[in-house]
Write a protein that binds this ligand. Sequence first.
Ligand code: A2P
Length: 345
Amino acid sequence: VNGVRVAVVGATGAVGREIVRLLEERAFPLDDLVLVASARSEGRQLAFRGEELSVRALADGWHEGIDVALVSAGAAVSREILPQAAAAGMLGVDNSPEFRMDPAVPLVIPEINAHDLAWHRGIVANPNCTAITALVPLGPLHRSFGLRFLVTSSYQSASGSGMKGVRELAEQVEKLRGDEESLLHPDPGALPGGEVFPRTLAYNVVPVCASPDPNGSGFTTEELKMGDEARKILGIPNLECAATAVRVPVVAGHGVSAYARFDAPISADAAREALREAPGMRLVDDLESGAFPTPLDAAGIDEVLVGRIRQPAGDGHALLFFSVADNLRKGAALNAVQIAEHLVA
Ligand code: A2P
């Protein structure tokens, strides 16, 4: 299809810039690209297909003439601009959490539930980056074995909090350079802090991503997304799930350690067989030869990498694995662009 006019809202952000890169890389069938960000970025030039495009400030009427918008500027912006634009006939692919659990909005990983795109009403939600990392392998495993119980621990990179998260981590690393011995007996008051992460992230791990569940469950909002989104995407309303989400001092790439139980008996070999040809992922799973996935292996590539597949002793229905994906690409920008590709096809 030609003649499609595309907008990227949040084009200057960590995810938005990756979206622009992917639209170019994947030769997305568009005739016109409009880049939108906050007034702070008005007039900034971004390269696209050999041209310099000027960033526009988000303003009323931004969606006029736009067929598809990829929106990644935070939940507040999505809430404000998407329902109105959708009512005017535009298709919005929303990377924010705002509409993910809305029953009128499909939540889609194209490799898993592209069929849900059929019932959109102008907005499609892009899932949480950590949920995508776990669900790309869990989708085929669910189809073969029937997922019924899921426990995850995620190791989430700084860029999950945007470029400001990456800058905060880099500043902290810089401040502590040469001071590593002081970290054997740290003076809490002297540790570098910041605004994005609730504790020092450099040389540390922080077991709180996002904010506490307002309902007081003791989970964080990031942790609740894993179960909520898995239930919706896989279509398992009664899936039991418990997640722990941890921020780690990594720039890009989220890792997820998953413990899953299935209705049918499963084995490590049967799981590998089910995953060998699965779309959107690659098995990197040979412990003996040192093949296992890390965030640095996943950063900058499209596939979710899956390894460390194993079965706990004495439980023929359970499986453990570790999967890693580039949180800005498959975890966000790439999945959004794939959704847009389906929508315009
Ligand atoms: P800007 O760069 O002008 O602030 P990140 O997740 O990396 O922090 O990026 C967030 C993206 O969302 C940026 O492109 C940012 O633009 C954009 N953004 C944030 N707030 C607004 C807003 N109120 N209106 C339009 N764009 C916004």
